[in-house]
Write a protein that binds this ligand. Structure first.
Ligand code: PGA
Length: 243
């Protein structure tokens, strides 16, 4: 199975910067044949993304969506529009959405359902805070986020999980290989227990850089990366894609 290298741009890059990035990236990227490369630009740059990536093997999606495709939901993004523009993925439950925008597991579960119904692939983010890790609750938290977030999921449709320890996101602190191995194995076990295929990809995210990507990629049950800061510059992100 192809490794998945996903880029979460958060609130970075306007349409002009998006176009410049992809023009440069596409001119240098034979990797897309052997890797599934997925970009999550901010909502205001999705149309430009759709236009520039149209006939390329590079995939894209939105960083969030509503649990309904239309209606009175001011400020939301419709997964149906993402699909109609050619997007294939939706990032769900990122820790910044959970913390800053108060998204609950229930909301995330409802979003996941609509994403799968639209034939898009949800990339569900889960992860523990530092306090949870220090009080030995990591596996309990991961299990709960998976169970609730996947409550309405269709076992037969595509799904990607991204394990992102909250304390490793944007901090430069990366989890140890041992911590990654244990978390990914636990996630794998819960997925199988819930009836999902054992081959469901589980990505690691949290301060992934060219310097640490190779050793993390060799950990069992790591199927790729979700990259934030290191995905914003073409040369740096290409190094990670080429590992
Ligand atoms: P980071 O972000 O790579 O900058 O730590 C990862 C993420 O938020 O998905």
């Amino acid at each position: 199975m192809k490794k998945i290298i996903a880029a979460n741009w958060k609130l970075h890059k306007n349409p002009k910067e998006t176009k410049a990035f992809f023009t440069d990236f596409l001119s240098k990227v034979p990797v897309a044949v052997t890797r599934e490369v997925v970009f999550f630009p901010p909502a205001t740059s999705l149309e430009k993304t759709s236009e520039v990536l149209k006939s390329s093997p590079v995939k894209w999606g939105s960083q969030n969506c509503c649990w309904e495709v239309k209606g009175a939901f001011t400020g939301e993004t419709s997964a149906e529009v993402v699909r109609d523009l050619g997007g294939e993925y939706i990032l769900l439950g990122h820790s910044e959405r959970r913390t800053l925008f108060h998204e609950t597991d229930e909301m995330i579960g409802n979003k996941l359902k609509i994403v799968q119904e639209l034939d898009l692939t949800p990339m569900l983010c889960i992860g523990e805070t530092l306090l949870e890790r220090e009080s030995n609750k990591t596996l309990t938290v991961l299990r709960l986020q998976l169970k609730k977030g996947l409550e309405k999921a269709n076992l037969l449709r595509p799904l990607v999980i991204a394990y992102e320890p909250v304390w490793a996101i944007g901090t430069g602190k990366v989890a140890t290989l041992e911590q990654i191995k244990d978390a990914h194995f636990a996630i794998f076990q819960v997925l199988v227990e819930l009836g999902f295929p054992g081959r469901t990809p589980i990505l690691y995210g949290g301060s992934v850089k060219p310097e640490n990507a190779k050793e993390i990629s060799m950990v069992e049950h790591v199927s790729g990366f979700l990259v934030g800061g290191a995905s914003l510059e073409v040369p740096t992100f290409l190094k990670i894609c080429n590992i």
